[in-house]
Design a protein around this ligand. Structure first.
Ligand code: RAM
Length: 330
């Protein structure tokens, strides 16, 4: 080997050994959640880390505000722009309020996608829904109706009033509510994905509607709080709590009978898929255009519709027959 070649070889070796951290190969992907401290998002972060390990050279920055507000997320986005991250994958607290901050990020060359809870089309390259919105909307009311053969009053305990995902699911639910004879949706209240506020809102529903037969909470935080409120009120067997939940957080309430069943998609897969999409867009491996597909690694491909959104997979129903098989997973 010539001296030049030897020098070149050792320089290349040194670059691989020591250059890793700052090299152009590296990518920082920020997973921005509605708020910190929510089990659903912590499970999604596990999936993001799994994707990063599979890809190599990817750092995940898991971040979000302390409460589910757009203001808090705008601060987080501005900090990420200052840090010059390569990609932002956000579950949004508001459809429109984040658009200017996210446009600024895109203007600086940052890849921006939303997942779980969407941003308006002007503020992101694409949006990943966990599943079909109409399917989820129908599923949450069907879960309640399945246990109410004689019908009855049901109420919705949602997350924040501006949460894009819950608002769409509730709209979709209301569109098909007429198909469930005798089921009356009497109110929708908001617990902001805070345990204590959700608990008080559930208590308020029980006080306002003495004949209430079910609480539908399409939020993993709200459903646990509602199940606890029903338990504490001595109303197990009278009011069924259902909606969207993590098996790990609801197994005890299935055992007690406070909840007969609930649904969810795999949140680990969702964080994994969002990370894969952000990576493939940032790398230029795929483009976010209507009619095109983007690779989600082991989760397959997502097809983008006219709004450049697509769905990951179908939700799954959990009850006493299977909740214990999943409670240690998510
Ligand atoms: C909470 C959040 C999240 C939603 C789940 C079902 O964790 O509101 O956005 O997808 O519930």
């Amino acid at each position: 080997m010539s001296v030049m070649k030897k020098l070149f070889a050792s320089a290349a070796l040194a670059a691989t050994m020591f250059g890793g951290v700052a090299s152009a190969e590296d990518m920082r992907i920020a997973l921005v959640v509605k708020a910190l401290g929510i089990g659903f998002f912590e499970a999604a972060a596990k999936g993001a880390e799994e994707a990063a390990a599979e890809l190599g050279g990817v750092e995940i920055i898991y971040t979000g505000p302390t409460d589910t507000t757009a203001e808090g997320q705008i601060e987080v986005i501005n900090a990420l722009i200052a840090q010059r991250v390569d990609a932002i994958a956000i579950s949004a607290n508001d459809l429109d309020a984040l658009v200017p901050a996210l446009q600024k990020a895109m203007d600086r060359g940052i890849t921006v996608i939303s997942w779980d809870s969407g941003v308006a089309t002007a503020g992101r390259q694409m949006h990943l829904n966990p599943s079909s919105n109409s399917l989820i909307g129908n599923m949450i009311i069907k879960l309640a109706a399945d246990h109410l053969p004689d019908g009855g009053d049901v109420a919705v305990l949602s997350a924040s009033a501006t949460a894009t995902n819950q608002n769409i699911w509730i709209d979709e639910m209301n569109k098909v509510a007429g198909n469930y004879a005798g089921i009356n949706v009497v109110a929708t209240v908001y617990g902001d994905d805070l345990a204590d506020k959700s608990y008080r809102e559930a208590q308020g529903l029980m006080a306002r509607f003495p004949d209430l037969k079910a609480i539908i909470a399409p939020t993993t935080v709200g459903i646990v709080a509602a199940a606890q409120a029903v338990t504490d009120a001595g109303k197990i067997g009278e009011i069924n709590v259902t909606g969207l939940a993590l098996p790990s957080e609801m197994a005890g309430h299935i055992d007690s009978g406070a909840s007969m069943s609930f649904a969810i998609w795999n949140p680990i897969d969702l964080g994994y898929a969002a990370t894969m999409i952000a990576y493939n867009l940032a790398k230029g491996n795929d483009v976010a255009e209507s009619g095109k597909t983007i690779s989600m690694g082991r989760m397959g491909e997502v097809l983008l519709d006219d709004d450049r959104s697509g769905a990951m997979s179908d939700p799954f129903v959990y009850d006493a027959s299977n909740v214990h098989d999943f409670k240690d997973i998510f």
